[in-house]
Design a protein around this ligand. Structure first.
Ligand code: GAR
Length: 210
């Protein structure tokens, strides 16, 4: 089983979904640690209640972004991470750090990328009048919310939807999608090669099983 460390900044509901999924005996990964850049992140307490090792590594304790990421990299190696999962980690990682984990780091984003990179994705989907929205898990590359897609889930936008209801509907899909996508990467069925995701031994039905 691949060793996973999850990076968070806040609530950690996607982290919790990964922890729950990894409790299944046949899941190809185990969550061995959780690191937060926010010492008071609710997700850290949640991880502790699952008896998972946690570390808070705040930006203010380090002189530069590079030094901060170097401390995170050192913690990941100490925890023996094979794969890094970003789950609501709200900080752009430095190119040097990204390069070290290239092909071994994935992120979840609340939109159907490449639409709506960045923040306020649900409001932007509503403002654009879209009838379909969703979430994406992708390999992390140097550019924010970029990088080859591992899995996506589409979520309908309902008539007279509100930002709050749409956010909740997408989050529910995220909690199914992320464990599915991590299983693909951890089992080697989805690999990043030459800037693309290559799938092997995956029966493609056209959806993500969500
Ligand atoms: C999730 O909706 C995640 O997709 C989003 O932040 C939320 C974190 O919630 N991530 C991003 O916007 C990254 N660009 P969680 O802490 O409960 O998992």
């Amino acid at each position: 089983r691949k060793r996973i460390v999850v990076l968070i900044s806040g609530r950690g509901s996607n982290m919790a979904a990964l922890i729950e999924a990894a409790r299944e005996a046949d899941y190809p990964a185990e969550i061995v640690g959780v690191i937060s850049d926010q010492p008071d992140a609710a997700g850290l307490k949640a991880a502790e209640s699952f008896h998972i090792a946690t570390r808070a590594i705040p930006r203010r304790d380090h002189a530069s972004k590079q030094a901060h990421d170097a401390a995170i990299d050192a913690a990941l190696r100490k925890m023996g991470a094979d794969i890094v999962c970003l789950a609501g980690y709200m900080r752009l990682l430095t190119p040097g750090f990204v390069d070290k984990w290239l092909g071994r780091m994935i992120n979840i984003h609340p939109s159907l990328l490449p639409m709506f990179k960045g923040l306020d994705t649900h409001k932007r989907a509503l403002d654009a009048g879209l009838r379909v929205h969703g979430c994406t898990v992708h390999f992390v590359t140097r550019d924010m919310d970029d990088g080859p897609v591992v899995a996506q889930a589409a979520v309908p936008v309902l008539t007279n939807d509100t930002e709050e209801r749409l956010t909740a509907r997408v989050l529910k899909a995220e909690h199914k999608l992320y464990p599915l996508a991590l299983a693909l990467v951890a089992s080697g069925k989805a690999r990043m090669e030459a800037g693309r995701t290559v799938f092997e031994g995956v029966d493609h039905t056209g959806d993500s099983g969500v």
